[in-house]
Design a protein around this ligand. Sequence first.
Ligand code: NCD
Ligand code: ZN
Length: 351
Amino acid sequence: MSTPETLILRRPDDWHVHLRDGAMLRSVVNWTARQFRRAIAMPNLVPPVTTTDEGRAYRERILAAVDPDLGFEPLIVCYLTDHTDPDDLQRGAAEGVFTAVKLYPAHATTNSSHGVTDVRKLAPVFERMQKIGLPLLLHGEVTDKAVDIFDREAVFIERVFQPLRAAFPGLKTVFEHITTAEAADFVADGDENLAATITPHHLHINRNAIFDGGIRPHAYCLPIAKRERHRLALVKAATSGSAKFFLGTDTAPHAVEAKEAACGCAGIFCAPYALESYAALFEAEGALDRLEGFASVHGPRFYGLPLNEERVKLERVAEPVPEKLELEAATLVPFHAGETLGWRFGGVLPA
Ligand code: NCD
Ligand code: ZN
């Protein structure tokens, strides 16, 4: 039972994480796995996960790195390229390796140089995915250098997403890490084959955070945070109770020296206090009763997966977030570093 001092939720899933590989994977995976039962592991490794065999191997590496007591299940995604083979995708889906497919426009973000140069060439791949019900996850930003970085998501809707939806209306699509009012409206107005993930940082910060008294590399991610009116639209969407919006942290760890650099990497490491961060936001909106839907119900329903049976506990305790986490692979700065959150993760309760 939830009381004002504790919040008991169905155990959530994270529908968008970067778990990385090697020592970084070992350093970060348990932060996700201690809270979430399942997570969509994004495939933008170097080199990326582009075939069923690579997907199976990546899943094995994640399972070898994670604490087995946490009961974590990684969900593997195929990275779409100009050369993706529809037969291999279908095999990967049938064999339970691939849960979804990710579209990165070439050069849109970290490790996306192998991404898609022209989505129109991929019609046979989308047709097959539509037929077998395999969801397409989209990094929704155009890469046209003439388009302002703050407009790239809105322009992507017009140039890419709307034509794609019109051509493949039965294709399940997730607009990943939405950052604009335009994206929130587009998803809310769409049918049941369109949904979106929302990160904790895009709910908490607007673009001022990147320039607060100086350049703040730990507030820099892609898609970049937008104006306050966009943040408010995301808060409204996430807390609306609509099943089209669900939790996806986009936790994206980069070593502190790769962030605090002349050309700092994009990505915010929000896994360590992810649930606490969402809970603080939902509470401030008077919407704590809608957190479970967003975190634990809407995602599995969209993906056609069972709801988790375990529960997690959040306690209303002041939780100071450390400035830095010294991990095996690197020193990482978590989202909310130096702040105090109003909730503390109290662990997983047995089913
Ligand atoms: C992600 C990363 O570092 O892999 N970075 C980010 O800013 N979100 C890539 C991505 O999801 O765009
Ligand atoms: Zn991401």
